[in-house]
Design a binder for this molecule. Structure first.
Ligand code: A3P
Length: 318
């Protein structure tokens, strides 16, 4: 729904007419705002959120680029934060709700369509998510003591996941995107919330300068050692697991609850829909680290094609 181009305010239409634009992956155009690419309807939410969202010092914000594992991290953060309310993981809200309905996106849900939502029923510490780049965050987020959890994923898997997702959202009458076309666009930075590396680097730098403010996580490392990262997250969020919880196996149980196999097999995620209209199953495809299989045999050289200073050293290390 947030990708639709109808029902824009006059103010937004005027802004759009002045912004650089490119062909979109789902709807007709992307618009470049503050250096990053957005769909028109989503941009309305970005601006409303920038103007109205008042962060609290206790807020925790999950930040990701689309398709880097947001759904997974939403589930994990929700489970960690609310574990005293829901000690029985056989009767947990995650078993009946998609994580996107439990941890809302600021610009894509709460402030979408220029709404100014009533946030009073969110209890502290409030948990929200956003895809906003660091430089576009509402001022109150950067100025407050709120914390940011950033999740990044290697760009090849992110790209492949985004390609499949966009094709699912595209109106059937348009047919699927051509892989080579969208790959070229992704490399040029023209994708939802792209350029990819600018997004990642904004938070990477901030996490180096302010590690108490930004926790920088990698999808691949979380897949390899989920329990270690659940513990890191709980500590960062200010609610570390106690020795007793660890001994009782709470961390392992939580990791299983949020695993791809578990979440993707739940009825709500197989057949349910978000209030914004997307099918929940669209957020669960393979959930693996696949880029080596995808690219090694054919196009591995792509790994080395980056713009200078866009994070090549880091990518090589990954
Ligand atoms: P693939 O398309 O590679 O399978 P997002 O949540 O940011 O939209 O990202 C979606 C990607 O995360 C999809 O990747 C999806 O399968 C994967 N994913 C969803 N839930 C997951 C989980 N619990 N564990 C690991 N990956 C998960």
């Amino acid at each position: 729904k947030y990708l639709q181009e109808d029902d824009l305010t006059q103010e937004c239409k005027e802004l759009l007419s002045c912004l650089p634009r490119e062909k979109g992956w789902v709807v007709s155009h992307f618009y470049q705002y503050q250096g990053f690419w957005h769909s028109s309807r989503q941009l309305q939410g970005v601006i409303a959120c920038q103007q109205h969202f008042q962060a609290q010092d206790t807020d925790i914000l999950l930040v990701t680029t689309p398709k880097s594992g947001t759904t997974w991290l939403k589930a994990i953060l929700f489970a960690i934060k609310n574990r005293t309310h829901y000690p029985d993981m056989n009767r947990h809200p995650l078993l009946a709700n998609n994580p996107h309905d439990l941890v809302p996106f600021l610009e894509l849900k709460l402030y979408v369509d220029k709404q100014v939502p009533n946030l009073t029923f969110f209890t502290s510490p409030r948990l929200f998510a956003t895809h906003l780049p660091f430089s576009s965050l509402p001022k109150s987020v950067t100025c407050s003591a709120s914390k940011l959890v950033y999740l990044c994923r290697n760009p090849m898997d992110t790209f492949v996941s985004l390609h499949h997702f966009a094709n699912k959202l595209r109106p059937p009458s348009l047919g699927p995107n051509i892989l080579e076309d969208v790959f070229d666009m992704f490399c040029r930075g023209v994708c939802l919330y792209g350029p990819f590396w600018d997004h990642v680097l904004g938070y990477w730098k901030e996490s180096l300068e302010k590690p108490q403010k930004v926790l920088f996580l990698k999808y691949e490392e979380m897949k390899e050692e989920p329990t270690i990262h659940l513990k890191r997250l709980a500590e960062f969020m200010g609610c570390p697991f106690s020795q007793e919880e660890e001994t009782l196996g709470v961390v392992d149980e939580m990791s299983r609850l949020c695993s791809f196999d578990n979440l993707s097999s739940l009825e709500v995620n197989k057949n349910g829909k978000l209030s914004s209209g997307e099918e929940n199953k669209a957020f669960f495809r393979r959930g693996v680290i696949a880029w080596q299989q995808h690219f090694q045999a054919q196009d591995i050289d792509i790994l080395l094609v980056t713009t200078p200073k866009s994070g090549t050293t880091w990518l090589k290390a990954i």
